[in-house]
Design a protein around this ligand. Structure first.
Ligand SMILES: Nc1ncnc2c1ncn2[C@@H]1O[C@H](COP(=O)(O)OP(=O)(O)O)[C@@H](O)[C@H]1O
Ligand SMILES: [Mg+2]
Length: 253
C-alpha cells in the first residue's frame, strides 16, 4: 500500500499559476476527492500526478519513487491509471477492442512477441483477454462489448473510459469528472463502481467531481482547490464546516 505525496507543487503556464505550492497526500486504500470551481487547477493536478505535465517546482513521490519528472508511460507501468475528463477512446472501435488495445499499450506488449506469437505471447494474450473480461463484467459493459464506442450514449462512453483506465490493473486510479453529463441513475452506477473498487479491488481512488452530494457521500478525504491553491482539506464534515471553503466554493452553489 503506497502513499502518494505532492509537495509544494507549482505549475506555471506563461504568467499564470495553474497550481501554487500545492500539498496533497493521497493515502492508500481510500477515496480522496479534489473539488473546486472551474479553472481551480484540479485537472492540472491530475496531469502532474500522471506525468502529462511536470510541476514547475515542487515534488511528487509515490512510496520510494520520485515521480516529479516521470513520463505518463513510466507512471502507468507502476500502477497509476487515469480516466480522462475528455474521453480518450477510439470512437470507431468496439468497446472490447478499445479495452484490449488499452491493455496492450499499458503493458508495453512487445510487437516482436506478437509477431512470432510464441508460447509466452499466447499466454500473455490469454491473460490480457481474461483481465479485460473481468473489467467488462465489473463495469457491467457486457451488453455493449461489440458495439462501436462512437454509437454509445455519453453516459456509457464515460463508463468505458473508466474501464479503459482499469485495464491497467492500477493500484491508484485517477478519475477526472467521471460523472459529468450523467443522469442520476448513471451517477448512482458510477458511485457503486467506485465504492466497489475501493472495497473489493483495494484500489486507491482520486476523484475530481463537481457533484458535491456525491463527493460528501463517498469521500474519505477531500481537498479543496481555489485559484490553484489548497484552501481546505479533511473529512467531508471538516471541509463542509471550513469557512474559507464555504466562502470560496460551497456558498456559490
Ligand atoms: N495547457 C495549458 N495551457 C495554458 N493554461 C492552462 C493549461 N492547462 C490548464 N491551464 C489553466 O490552468 C488553470 C487550471 O485549469 P484546470 O486544471 O483545467 O482547472 P479545473 O480542472 O479545476 O477546471 C486554468 O486557468 C486553465 O486555463
Ligand atoms: Mg478539469
Amino acid at each position: 500500500m503506497t502513499q502518494l505525496i505532492v509537495s509544494e507543487a507549482t505549475l506555471t503556464f506563461g504568467g499564470l499559476n495553474a497550481l501554487t505550492k500545492v500539498d496533497v497526500t493521497i493515502e492508500p486504500g481510500i477515496i480522496t476527492s479534489i473539488i473546486g470551481p472551474n479553472g481551480a487547477g484540479k485537472t492540472s493536478l491530475l496531469n502532474c500526478i500522471s506525468g502529462f505535465y511536470h510541476p514547475t517546482s515542487g515534488r511528487i513521490r509515490y512510496g520510494q519513487r520520485n515521480l516529479t519528472h516521470a513520463s505518463p508511460h513510466q507512471i502507468s507501468t507502476i500502477g497509476i491509471a487515469r480516466a480522462f475528463q475528455n474521453l480518450e477512446l477510439f470512437r470507431g472501435l468496439s468497446v472490447l477492442d478499445n479495452l484490449l488495445l488499452a491493455r496492450h499499450q499499458n503493458l508495453d506488449y512487445s510487437i516482436f512477441h506478437a509477431v512470432i506469437y510464441c508460447g509466452k505471447a499466447a499466454r500473455i494474450e490469454a491473460e490480457n483477454r481474461a483481465y479485460v473480461e473481468k473489467v467488462i463484467d465489473f463495469m457491467e459493459l457486457e451488453p455493449y462489448r461489440k458495439k462501436m464506442v462512437g454509437n454509445l450514449s455519453y453516459g456509457v462512453q464515460k463508463r468505458v473510459e473508466v474501464a479503459r483506465a482499469l485495464t491497467l490493473a492500477p493500484n491508484l486510479l485517477l478519475l477526472d469528472e467521471p460523472m459529468a453529463g450523467m443522469n442520476i441513475e448513471e451517477k448512482e452506477d458510477i458511485v457503486r463502481f467506485i465504492l466497489d473498487l475501493k472495497k473489493e479491488w483495494g484500489i486507491t481512488v482520486v476523484l475530481v467531481e463537481h457533484d458535491l452530494g456525491v463527493v460528501m457521500d463517498i469521500s474519505d478525504r477531500i481537498y479543496v482547490l481555489d485559484f490553484g491553491e489548497v484552501i481546505g482539506s479533511g473529512t467531508p464534515q471538516e471541509v463542509a464546516a471550513n469557512p474559507k471553503v464555504i466562502e470560496a466554493y460551497i456558498g456559490e452553489e
